[in-house]
Design a binder for this molecule. Structure first.
Ligand SMILES: Cc1cc2nc3c(=O)[nH]c(=O)nc-3n(C[C@H](O)[C@H](O)[C@H](O)COP(=O)(O)OP(=O)(O)OC[C@H]3O[C@@H](n4cnc5c(N)ncnc54)[C@H](O)[C@@H]3O)c2cc1C
Length: 491
């Protein structure tokens, strides 16, 4: 039986592991944390299930690749998903706008607010849809079609090297509108002028056409389910297992790991890594010069337990709320991002607005979240670190109070997870949750699934296609396809 050893139980590792175990491979997955899931986890505090990451996952049913994976693994039958009521709400300097989560309504609401820009708004939505439609063809493109690329895929050809800022400058005139369409850029990247417009189009079009979804009970449900598929199919999931070395002995791969303070080893024919190529090659003691050099940003999250149900006190309100203070354009957003973290815009996600099942009905859970960088939290003593985290949370609450008066009275507890926390739990460079930064230069480079430096080594997770639930899950599907092709099971 072909043995597969997987380093890391994030969504990429779990998805590839579940697909391979179900197909008949002998899977062992090693996860350094005591829970599986990586960024797709939740932790318990005072009766609350604190969702670590997920605000909304795009296109539950409309992404063909993800749909096939979900069907194969029985995810639709075993996990409950809840659709979020709207894409997002943005509060900027002179604007308070709720973005619907379907193209038709989004166009109609945007045209009401920016009637002068009607043509431009329609052009924007047509462009992102065209790019998404062309992408399927580009992925399946044969070598002999390369010369015809500009004719077959004109939108991807036109925008392939463009940042979102440059592309929008060519489509839209209104500066506030450009920023509004980028409100949720933190779901993918930090700066609009270094964000691939192709990635922007694929992501945004996916939310506008397929909706945004939360996992009832938290994303840990999905991670635990994928782990169960592995064990139900004869595989092993070893938690608190920190991989320290990969090497070869008599043609077999050996993975060394520390488990409960004991050094252990497992053997495999194939190794899959759910960690960065940089970390992976270091584990294998192999020199490596990455083709992609820029790593994505991290995120800060304040986890909040509300002792009362926010929706029952404040009524039906938007689920995801971006508070952008003085921001009213991409340029002012960039200025804001360069400031200290205590001054940056942020999002408040109010899980009481959906049937999230994260706590009892009389209470609720919420988060503040913002772009974060490790450098904001380095060189601080323990006291300074704690004080800075608390100060930041208080600043967020001050801003929220303007919109939800006396909201502090309903807070039972809060806890802050920074880029330092992410680095600790995910073991990623810079504490990123997104892999390599999706810049125009990096995003369209061919995903590296199979190592060209070490035989029988494969990659999965956000370092392959990009960050987010869907890309990480789809990278698991891609990794599975490569392995099935390279190591077909005997019938
Ligand atoms: C705060 C936050 C909010 C987010 N919100 C959204 C959202 O709303 N929508 C969305 O689509 N995406 C969101 N994301 C992004 C998404 O969660 C991630 O991009 C995705 O889950 C990453 O999956 P991955 O496969 O790359 O694995 P990761 O989550 O990076 O997990 C990798 C795993 O490998 C393990 N590991 C690493 N090194 C070792 C080792 N040496 N030995 C053993 N184990 C090891 C780690 O412990 C970890 O469990 C969010 C992320 C965060 C942090």
């Amino acid at each position: 039986m072909t043995k597969v050893g997987i380093i890391g139980a994030g969504l990429g590792g779990l998805t590839s592991g579940a697909l391979l175990a179900k197909a008949g491979y002998k899977v062992t997955i090693l996860e350094q944390h005591y829970a599986v899931g990586g960024a797709a986890t939740a932790f318990k505090r005072k009766g609350y299930t604190c969702e670590v990451g997920l605000h909304e996952m795009d296109s539950l049913y409309t992404d063909k690749n993800k749909k096939k994976i979900f069907e194969t693994l029985g995810i639709y039958d075993n996990i409950d998903f809840v659709q979020v009521p709207e894409f997002f709400r943005t509060k900027m300097k002179n604007l308070d706008f709720v973005m619907p989560e379907n193209t038709k309504d989004a166009i109609s609401e945007l045209v009401k607010t920016y009637p002068q820009s009607e043509k431009e708004i329609k052009k924007y939505f047509t462009t992102i849809a065209n790019i998404a439609n062309e992408m399927g063809g580009v992925i399946r493109m044969k070598w002999w079609q390369k010369a015809l690329f500009p004719f077959l895929y004109p939108n991807i050809f036109k925008y392939r090297a463009m940042s979102t800022k440059d592309a929008l400058d060519g489509i839209i005139n209104n500066e506030e509108l450009k920023m509004l369409l980028n409100s949720n850029i933190g779901y993918y990247h930090d700066f609009v002028d270094t964000f691939s417009f192709i990635y922007h189009s694929l992501g945004q079009n996916s939310y506008f056409t397929g909706g945004g979804w939360f996992i009832k009970g938290g994303s840990q449900q999905l991670s635990n389910y994928l782990s169960k598929v592995i064990t139900d199919n004869g595989g092993e999931v070893i938690k608190s297992a920190n991989v320290t070395k990969i090497f070869e002995n008599n043609g077999r791969k050996i993975i060394s790991y520390t488990h409960k303070k004991t050094e252990k080893e497992t053997e495999a024919d194939i190794v899959i890594s759910n960690t960065s190529p940089m970390q992976t090659y270091k584990l294998a003691n192999v020199d490596f010069e990455p083709v992609k050099k820029v790593v994505g940003n991290s995120l800060i999250t304040v986890y909040i337990g509300f002792k009362n149900n926010v929706k029952s006190i404040y009524g039906t309100r938007p689920y995801s709320n971006f508070y952008f203070k003085e921001i009213n354009s991409v340029d002012t957003y960039h200025e804001n991002l360069r400031k200290d973290i205590t001054e940056r815009g942020f999002i408040f996600v109010d899980y009481s607005q959906i049937d999230s099942d994260l706590t009892t009905d009389d209470k609720s859970f919420g988060v503040f979240c913002s772009v974060d960088y490790l450098k904001d939290w380095e060189n601080l003593s323990d006291e300074e670190y704690k004080a800075k985290k608390n100060k930041l949370a208080e600043i967020y609450f001050d801003e929220l109070e303007k919109d939800y008066p006396n909201i502090r009275d309903h807070v039972e507890f809060f806890e802050v997870g920074t880029a330092r926390t992410m680095k600790h739990y995910l073991k990623t460079e810079n504490g990123t949750a997104y892999g390599f930064a999706p810049t125009p230069e990096q995003f369209l480079k061919k995903p590296i699934v199979k190592s060209d430096l070490i035989n029988n080594l494969y990659f999965t997770g956000s370092w392959v296609i990009g960050g987010g639930f869907s890309p990480a899950i789809n990278s698991g599907g891609l990794c599975y396809k490569h392995i099935v092709k390279d190591f077909p099971l005997e019938k």
